[in-house]
Write a protein that binds this ligand. Structure first.
Ligand SMILES: Cc1ncc(COP(=O)(O)O)c(C=O)c1O
Length: 465
């Protein structure tokens, strides 16, 4: 985009010439980029065509641009030595997350899905249907809370498969965990000031609530979920939990503790945020119903996502607000715009409505179960009793605990890297850094059973087990 500085008193064509020349020299306009046509640029800048023509002629004469017959002007390829690299004016350079930027042959990332799992053909058919059937709907803003049809389908699914009891009116369509957490932090800010969360746990809820100035209270996780005795000693009145599959350790909160947690919330006027992020993927035994279903009238917010079974790239998730909080949501957010595009929402609605979602769920559960079982067998084969597996039987990852005396997490991961195997540090999920240094996360979503076997074999070599 070109902007003419009105304080600059030089002639207009010189100002245009200078701007384009500077952008070419600074590398902002890269070789072979097409310049706007003389007519378009003159309209854009509200100057005469002659003015733009003068500027282009000058650039052409000096070799900054070249012309293609019946096409227009393009940026010339200049000697790289004389062109400065575009410099980013970022305040601080943030280090890339572990392993980002490097490609690995074996990827144990805990949140990556199987490469061939996305139903691309069906999705593209549904997208096309949405576009053809009612193109007019894309000329309007859509419901900020999410399309009603989609919320209706989500409600039916939650009631049937997760034991969540709610109306479609209570559902808010969000674009992922950080979106839902930001909305919640703003809703809760008026009446609450301290936020409790599982430690270890997902880093997004605590970051978001901290950004809204909540005091943070990390609560240690035990085999029954969080330590309720610890929670009661804090001043928190809001808690984020993953009761059906604790992230990242995989524990299930038994019903007795769920009821005690609900009781705690009632006593302190508190709010429970139940994050049911991967409950679709349970491979053995019956699915564990949501905590929300135990007390639907209570202040329990249920949060779910399409990231684990369908796609983390679509950025589609949802939450169920109790009616009391829904009225605050309506006051605060009625003038906001939707965060998930109408096209995606309509496609998702059709995906659920036409039975593809249920079929896809079954298919994914079968596929990930195979991968899960293959991983467990490979671990048994290569590591035997030198390791303990935590959190197996659900989700897309397990935690491996190595017997004491082995390398610590940093060494374990860097040795894996040397073998071209990617793993993410479990310590990132801890707020208090008193983590077990000999535990690592192993995601099994990305690789097929043969690759999982090879990956585990490479790890056993890397770690000399
Ligand atoms: C605990 C937890 N909650 C929620 C999510 C899903 O987040 P999103 O909906 O932003 O993809 C994840 C994904 O890994 C998770 O681990």
């Amino acid at each position: 985009m070109f902007i003419l500085d009105c304080k600059d008193r030089r002639p207009l064509h010189v100002k245009i010439y200078n701007q384009i020349k500077n952008q070419i020299l600074s590398g902002k306009l890269i070789p072979n980029t097409k310049l706007p046509s003389i007519r378009n640029l003159s309209v854009e800048l509200s100057v005469s065509r002659n003015t733009v023509e003068y500027a282009y002629e000058q650039l052409y004469t000096e070799g900054f641009i070249y012309s293609r017959p019946r096409s227009g002007y393009y940026v010339s390829l200049l000697d790289q030595e004389y062109i400065s690299r575009p410099c980013r004016k970022t305040a601080t350079l943030i280090e890339p997350a572990f392993g980002d930027g490097k490609t690995f042959s074996f990827d144990f990332h805990p949140a990556c899905l199987s490469p061939e799992s996305f139903p691309g053909k069906i999705w593209s058919k549904l997208l096309t249907n949405c576009l053809q059937e009612n193109p007019e709907q894309f000329t309007l803003y859509c419901d900020p809370q999410g399309e009603f049809d989609l919320r209706y389908e989500i409600q039916r699914y939650l009631e049937r498969f997760r034991g969540v009891s709610c109306d479609p009116e209570q559902i808010v369509v969000c674009c992922g965990l950080q979106d839902s957490m930001s909305i919640l932090a703003q809703i809760l800010l008026g009446n609450h000031s301290a936020f409790a969360f599982e430690d270890p746990g997902h880093w997004i809820p605590r970051s978001v609530f901290q950004n809204y100035s909540f005091l943070l209270n990390p609560i240690p996780v035990n085999s029954d979920g969080i330590s309720l005795d610890y929670l009661k000693k804090t001043n928190s009145t809001v808690i984020h939990v993953t009761p059906s599959h604790q992230f990242p350790l995989g524990n299930v909160m038994p019903v007795e503790n769920r009821l005690r947690l609900i009781n705690w919330a009632e006593n302190v006027g508190g709010v429970i945020i139940e994050d049911d992020y991967d409950s679709e993927l349970r491979y053995h035994g019956k699915p564990i119903p949501a905590l929300q279903g135990l007390h639907p009238e209570g202040d329990i917010i249920y949060v779910g996502t399409f990231s684990k079974v369908l796609s983390p790239a679509l950025r589609a998730s949802y939450m169920v607000l109790p009616y009391r909080l829904l009225s605050i949501y309506n006051k605060l957010f009625r003038n906001y715009a939707a965060t998930v595009s109408l096209l995606e929402q309509r496609a998702l609605y059709k995906f659920m409505r036409q039975g593809y979602w249920e079929r896809h769920l079954r298919k994914m559960r079968t596929m990930y179960k195979k991968k899960h079982d293959a991983l467990i067998q490979s671990i048994d084969r290569h590591f035997g009793d030198q390791v303990k597996i935590l959190g197996q039987g659900a989700g897309l990852h397990v935690v491996l605990e190595l017997a004491n005396g082995f390398l610590d997490e940093k060494d374990l991961i860097s040795r894996a890297w040397e073998k071209n195997v990617r793993m993410l540090p479990l310590s990132d999920t801890y707020q208090c850094k008193n983590y077990y240094p000999t535990r690592v996360m192993l995601g099994f979503g990305r690789m097929n059973p043969d690759e999982l076997e090879k990956g585990i074999e490479l790890l056993s070599q890397a770690w000399n087990l």
